[in-house]
Design a protein around this ligand. Sequence first.
Ligand SMILES: C[S@@+](CC[C@H](N)C(=O)[O-])C[C@H]1O[C@@H](n2cnc3c(N)ncnc32)[C@H](O)[C@@H]1O
Length: 394
Amino acid sequence: MSSGTVGRSSGYDVEREVRERYAEGAAACESSLCCATTYDPERLKLLPAEIIEKDYGCGDPTRYVKRGESVVDLGSGGGKACYLMAREVGADGRVIGVDFNDAMLGLARKYQAEMAEKLGYANTRFVKGRIQDLALDLDKAQAVLAGGAVSSVEDLAAFEAACDRLRREEPMIETESVDVVVSNCVLNLVKPEEKAKLFDEIFRVLRVGGRAVISDIVCDEPPTESIMNDPKLWSGCVSGAFVEGDFLRRFADAGFYGIEILERSGEPWQTIEGVEFRAMTVVAHKGKQGVCLERKQAVVYKGPWREVRDDDGHVFRRGERVAVCDKTYRLMTNEHGPYGVQVIGIDPVHEIPLEEAELYDCSRRALRHPRETKGADYDVTTEADSCCGPDGCC
Ligand SMILES: C[S@@+](CC[C@H](N)C(=O)[O-])C[C@H]1O[C@@H](n2cnc3c(N)ncnc32)[C@H](O)[C@@H]1O
């Protein structure tokens, strides 16, 4: 095991503890569940007071969504993030909040009509599901149970088969269907043995080119046994916190690229038995998967480091023209992507049409000779442009 809470199980029912604690948090504000986050007061003006009050987040991933995007919020609680994002994405965007807690879903849904009225459009809905199983709509699974499908242990296999059919035929969140997955202080609450599945689910529902922006509690060293064995600390977003490096590694293991810390609070939120717990917000992108095609492109890493290495082991040395496939070229030169400001893209003089491009072996590291970019018989000579203006130089 690498570090942290990975693979460690507690001797209590984590999910029940979490469900009960947040049912109480939906009924009455519980200040010990909050980790102070500063919001622009202008953005909050639109929200009902109760939604602002019953905020159990630790960061603000909502600042990173854009107009027109479709967003899923994992563990949406009272709906604060969803309603903030409903405004950011606008009438053409949509927001889906996922939570497994009826009380929290009830609180969020209570203000749906009021918020639609204030915004002038309805683009937000709340669904009941476990965030580590985003295909299964728990309301639909409940309907199967209500139909009397399970009355003995012999029926369990039939119920599982019905759930599998729902996942396949009526998925709560479809594969590659959303632009952004956000979450605020929830991933830590998922049982250790289901955390890998959780990251796989985030990856599954994102479309190619999409991203995850996740705020959560992290710790600087693994929580002690006594922290792990305390159900109150678990439901209070402490025991299940990711060790910092492990948090970032989880995204890489699930297949993301361009993984970056956007925010990390300086002061710990809590220190328990010497272990520091603080908030961190991370962004991770989906899109490096797929076929590699040769179109004679190159990228130059600008610096300041002597060299950088991506998650697949490709090395980019400062100033070198590294040969890359078309997919990597587009990822690295996208000005809105994670690498855009760090690299210079070099196109061939004669573009190779996509349909004529051959397969490229991305596992080998090769430099792109300028003659390869320009063509072997390139012999253009040009006059130097004058850089002086009409009033002379300088
Ligand atoms: C700490 S609160 C955060 C709520 C909200 N994101 C906010 O910022 O106020 C955690 C929320 O996640 C929900 N939750 C915890 N584990 C979950 C799981 N495995 N699946 C779905 N929801 C979960 C809880 O019911 C609760 O509403």
